[in-house]
Ligand binder design. Sequence first.
Ligand code: PEP
Ligand code: CO
Length: 452
Amino acid sequence: MTAWQPYSFRERPIEQAIHYPDASALEASIRRLRAMPPLVTSWEIERLREQLAEAEDGRRFVLQGGDCAETFADCRSEVIASKLKILLQMSLVLVHGAQRPVVRIGRFAGQYAKPRSQPSETRVVEGRELTLPNYFGDLVNRAAFTEAARTPDPQLLVEGYQHAALTMNFVRSLAASGFADVHRAHQWDLSFASGARLPDEVAREYRRTMQELLDAIRFMEALGERRVEELSRVELFSSHEGLHLEYEAAQTRSVPRREGHYCLTTHFPWIGERTRRLDGAHVELFRGVNNPIGVKLGPKTSTDDVLSLSRTLNPNDERGKLVFITRMGHDKVASHLPPLLRAMRDAGRRCLWICDPMHGNGITTSTGKKTRDFGAIVGELEESIATHAREGTVFGGVHFELTGEDVTECIGGADGLTEADLDTAYETACDPRLNYRQALEMAFAIARRLRT
Ligand code: PEP
Ligand code: CO
C-alpha cells in the first residue's frame, strides 16, 4: 500500500465520478472549501467514537436517520425541526425499549450527493428522446431535466457547504435549548401539524411510553432532590455518504495537538454499497482519517470483503472506528448475514453492526413508482436481531430513511398506506422515506423486539 495523503485517492479508480466541464471552476470551488472553517470538530468526532465503542459492547444503541437526499430547498426551519423531532421521539422510545442510552445520528447537514445506478437518464421531450446526465444530488447538479440543470456545477459544492453549515447551526441550537428538553417530551407531538395525526394505537403507546419515562425521570429527580439538567439538552451527531471525494478532501485536515487527519464535513461519513471497492478511491480517502467510518454492505458482500475492509479501514483494530451497515433485504438476511458476522467474530476483529432495513427492500409499483413496504422493513430488522442473537454478536443500531413530514412514499404500517395512496404526497428527491407516523411505529416495533 502506498502512503496516504488527503489527495492520494486521485490515483485510484473513482466509482460514481463526476465530470465537470470546467476544471478551473472546480479548482476555484475546492480552494474556497479548503479555506472555510470546518463544520464539525475533532473533539466531537472523538466523543462519537467513544460512544460507538460502547455500542460495540452493547452498552449503547445507535439510531441513524434522515432523508435519502437532502435538498437545498428543504433547508427550512420547519423541515429541519420536524426531522429532529421524529429522531428525538424515536430515540426516547428506543431508550425505553433497549434500556440503553441511544446515540443519535442524523443523515443531515451534507447528505447532498447521491450515487446512481445509471450515469445518464433518457426521457422523451417534445416528441424527441433526450439523454442527459442523471441527477446526482444538489451538491452536483439540479433535478430539472434540462441540459443546463443537469450539467455538474462546481459552485454547488460551495452552496452545499453553506447549506450544511446553516443546517448544522440550527440543529445545534435546537439540541442545546428547550426544544430538546426531555421533561417536555410529551409536548413534542402536540404542536405537530394536525394532518399528521398518529393512528390511535400508536398514539396510545406513545403516550404510555412518555408517561413511564417522565415518571422515571421525576422519581430520579425526587431521589436526588434536583432537576437533572443533562436531560434538558441532547447530543446529536451528523452523518452523510462520503460520495463526493473532492468535497470531503477539501475539509480533510490535521488539527492542532492531535495526530493524523480528520474529515471535518461531518462526524460520521459512510461509504456506500456502490463505492466500497477495496482498491477504489473512496476506501483510499477514508482509510486515512480518524473519524468513525461506516460501510454499507449489501447481499453481494463476501467474507473476504468484510475482512479486507476491516484491515484497510481499521488496521489497528480500534474501538468505535468501523461501522458495518448491513442492508441485505428481508428475504436475504438469514442466508447472507451469518457468514459475515462469523468471519469478523472468528477473526477477532472489532466493528459495530447496525442494520439499514431500507435499501435492500426497494420495490417498484405497477405504475413505476419506487416504494418500500413497512412489513418488509420490519421483517429485515427482526431477522437481523434474531441472527445476531443466534451468532452471539451485538445488534448495535438501526439506520433509516425517514422524514418528519406527512409524506406517502412507503406503503403499509398502521395507517395502511397502499400503492393508490402514493400519489398523495410523494416528495422525496431520491428513495422513498418513512413518514412521521411510520417512523414512530417502527421505533415501537424495534423497542418491543429489543425488550424480548
Ligand atoms: C443511501 O443510503 O441512500 C444509499 C444509496 O445506500 P446504499 O449505498 O446502501 O445503496
Ligand atoms: Co437512499
